[in-house]
Design a protein around this ligand. Structure first.
Ligand code: NAD
Length: 360
């Protein structure tokens, strides 16, 4: 069996962690009889230098063609009018569902045991839609006038503005995705996260859509939580939750919080899923201060590659990879600084240990 997969190495620690994941997939291919052709494509800082674009069309074309990609993290310069490559990629390919599983691996340094959560985050709307108006710009001034004429609300002069679009279409689509996921994976409960008490129309619509979709899935428990309460509940009794259905912004924040519950960002993988393509990546960013130091945890990216293997139908390899990771973390002898209880090893050494488990 042949698989062609787009590989975006990314910025900062991206090349190190994607290399680790690629080696694991290749090793599994050898033992389980499939072959991966990696179509390496640019995005991020290098792409900007070489092709004049943070996300060149050739990269999008490659993902459209292959329908699946593994992606390292990409640096988004703060301010300065840069559009996030990650947000652009999700919007361009309509990767509307962000799936972020968070679970405890025995041997991690964490305050909790037995956490097994999945965050389903809407990926295309909300304050991440990228509709912003710069403070003092003519457009911002026009918007302030427009808001006053429509709502009689006074926005302070000189303010910057952002628009938070939430549609019934996208909210129902992500809710349906969450319940279908729950059905396939045998999960029991979906908790919708919102702030509809304050944002009655936007978050209110998200919540109403989730409630209406939930009525079609009688076997799966449904409840809702206000986002601030949700954060507190996750810290106090995370084991009471199963799947969290979130709009874009809360989903991003809550998934980092949940990563912290199971040992940190080095442990959290994610998949961006659409009808025509899927892009798998670690939840963490490019951690520039660690770049090239061979010290970060490759597990988030390796587990993202495991999710990818499931997506392309290589379920046996997905399980073997997850078991190999779990074994190495449990042994605790060859793990990176964020997991080590004694002396830490580097990214490469931990990857070699996982490879040894795979090929045992
Ligand atoms: P970050 O996730 O890159 O790093 C924050 C801290 O988490 C690091 O300093 C490190 O201590 C720890 N960490 C992250 N990954 C780790 C790993 N694999 N192993 C061990 N420890 C790890 O967040 P940041 O510093 O806020 O962001 C850096 C850049 O990454 C920004 O430009 C941001 O926009 C970008 N970013 C990209 C993505 C993406 O590509 N999907 C996601 C988040 C952030």
């Amino acid at each position: 069996m042949e698989h062609e997969i787009t590989l975006i190495q990314g910025d900062g620690i991206g090349p190190e962690v994607t290399h680790a994941a690629r080696m694991c997939v290749d090793a599994l291919g050898k033992s389980n009889g499939f072959n991966v052709y990696w179509d390496v494509q640019p995005a991020g800082a290098d792409a900007l230098k070489k092709y004049g674009s943070l996300l060149p069309e050739r990269t999008l074309d490659s993902i459209r063609r292959n329908k699946v990609a593994l992606k390292g993290p990409i640096t988004t310069p703060i301010g300065g009018g840069f559009r996030s490559v990650n947000v652009a990629l999700r919007q361009e390919l309509d990767l509307f569902a962000n799936v972020r599983p968070v679970r405890t691996f025995e041997g991690t340094k964490s305050r909790y045991s037995n956490i097994d959560l999945v965050i389903i985050r809407e990926n295309t709307e909300d304050l991440y839609a990228g509709i912003e108006f710069k403070a003092g710009s003519k457009d911002a001034k026009d918007m302030i006038k427009f808001v006053k004429s429509k709502s009689s609300k006074e926005v302070r002069a000189g303010s910057a503005l952002a628009i938070k679009p939430i549609s019934s279409f996208a909210s129902r689509r992500i809710a349906k995705f969450a319940f279908e996921y729950a059905k396939i994976k045998g999960r029991k409960k979906v908790t919708a996260v919102h702030k509809a008490n304050i944002m009655k129309y936007t978050d209110g619509l998200f919540l109403k859509s989730a409630q209406s979709v939930a009525r079609n899935y009688k076997d799966i428990e449904f409840e809702s939580k206000i986002v601030d309460d949700m954060c507190m509940q996750l810290v106090v009794k995370p084991d009471e939750y199963d799947m969290l259905l979130c709009p874009n912004l809360y989903g991003d924040i809550i998934s980092d919080l949940c990563a912290g519950l199971v040992g940190g960002l080095g442990m959290a993988p994610g998949g961006n899923i659409g009808k025509r393509a899927a892009v798998f990546e670690p939840v963490h960013g490019s951690a520039p201060k660690h770049a090239g130091k061979n010290d970060v945890n490759p597990v988030a990216c390796i587990l993202a590659a495991a999710m990818m293997l499931g997506n392309i139908g290589e379920h046996k390899s997905q399980l073997e990879l997850e078991h190999a990771v779990a074994k190495v973390i449990k042994d605790g002898k060859k793990v990176t600084y964020d997991l080590a209880k004694g002396k830490a090893v580097g990214t490469k050494e931990m990857t070699m240990e996982i490879l040894k488990e795979i090929t045992k």
